[in-house]
Design a binder for this molecule. Structure first.
Ligand code: AOF
Ligand code: ZN
Length: 352
């Protein structure tokens, strides 16, 4: 299962709206074939492993798969049928598939045919791998994840003269992996204007560009030719999100001329984040990583707009004059787990 998880991660961030899934076939306890789901529309992990095997599995063959095998026709035929046709007598599963069409039915069908099914092997890891898919498929709404990088005293800016990077290189590399995982990233107009971010995922395996949202209720970024989000090679993947009522024709024309997309939402200040999430759902954007400054973080937490939190905390002090990102909000107790990323702490988990 550990190997199957590794295989699943080969398609990190590339399977939306589908989950990442890995599969391993063993015979006599030895791995004889491997597969993973590369992309929505392409064969599932189990089928890839069977293809790699290229023959009928031996009588004692065991299929290990990180996600419950599917039992319905989607873009591809049901894996349960392929597993039964191949004659497996034992299937080891990581996590159940929260897709309501599956959700245990796949396992029941296998058991009904006399297949021994072991479930829950590395179950938490297998489920956590697909946190975006799991949320999306059960709720039909994107997973909105709030990411903050703060000092120990909860500030998102450093004292004057200490630069902008609060966390160390390991945490920064981690954020780039998250940018590769999520189909979309969002920042506020304030952050776009102050930091001029690129929001691309950069790492050892090159650069990728998610959908990039600028949350800009009043379209105050219109005419800002200097912003990377409006002028780099990926600018057609930038979407400025504002309130239709605040949209001036000349501003909208400017974005259009730059090749930048605009969503003019029907809503008000209070409903803005909710209406934006609904539009993301319509557009089949399954998850958004929001890289927030203090105002956006506070308003997301206050309005319940954040489903998930990544809080990186660096062991240093922040700008004494800056607001704290948790000012005025109370985080639910007990939901977050802690880990170390280089010299920084990461608290992460679902908020609701
Ligand atoms: C598996 N193995 O590798 C994947 C599964 O449209 P389709 O045919 O690709 O089906 C998509 C659904 O199948 C998806 O919503 C999820 O429930 C499951 N994904 N299942 O057995 C896989 N990717
Ligand atoms: Zn399948």
């Amino acid at each position: 299962m550990r190997r199957a998880l590794e295989l699943a991660r080969q398609a990190w961030g590339r399977t939306h709206p589908n989950p990442m899934v890995g599969a391993v076939i063993t015979e006599g306890g030895q791995i004889v074939a491997e597969g993973f789901h590369a992309k929505a529309g392409e064969p599932h992990a189990e089928v890839m492993a069977l293809r790699a095997l290229g023959r009928k599995p031996a009588a004692d063959a065991v299929l290990h798969v990180t996600l419950e095998p599917c039992c319905t026709h989607g873009r591809t035929p049901p894996c349960v049928d392929a597993i039964l046709a191949a004659g497996f007598r034992t299937v080891v599963v990581g996590a159940r598939d929260p897709n309501p069409a599956h959700a245990g039915h796949g396992l029941e069908l296998l058991r009904a045919k006399g297949v021994a099914v072991v479930e829950g092997v590395l179950g938490e890891e297998c489920a956590e791998l697909n946190l975006i898919f799991n949320h999306w498929i059960a709720r039909g709404a994107p997973l909105i994840a709030l990411k903050v990088a703060s000092t120990l005293d909860g500030k998102l800016t450093l004292p004057a003269g200490q630069g902008r990077a609060i966390t160390g290189p390991a945490a920064q590399a981690y954020v780039h992996r998250l940018r590769r995982l999520f189909p979309a990233i969002a920042v506020s107009a304030d952050t776009a204007l102050a930091d001029n971010p690129r929001l691309t995922a950069r790492g050892d395996d090159g650069e990728t560009c998610p959908v990039r949202f600028v949350l800009d209720r009043h379209f105050k970024t219109a005419g800002r030719t200097g912003l990377n989000l409006f002028r780099d090679a990926h600018r057609t993947r930038t979407i400025v999100v504002g309130l239709g009522a605040a949209a001036k024709k000349s501003d909208l024309a400017w974005y259009e001329a730059e090749g930048v997309q605009v969503w003019s939402l029907v809503g008000d200040e209070a409903s803005f984040l909710q209406v934006w999430a609904e539009r993301c759902a319509q557009e089949k954007i399954t998850g958004v990583l929001v890289e927030a400054g203090p105002r956006l973080a506070a308003s997301m937490l206050a309005t319940g707009a954040a489903d998930y939190l990544y809080a990186f905390v660096a062991p240093r002090s922040g700008d004494p004059a800056a607001p704290g990102w948790q000012d005025g909000v109370t985080l639910p107790a007990g939901l977050l787990r802690a880990s170390l990323v280089g010299s920084d702490a990461l608290y992460q988990g679902r908020l609701r």
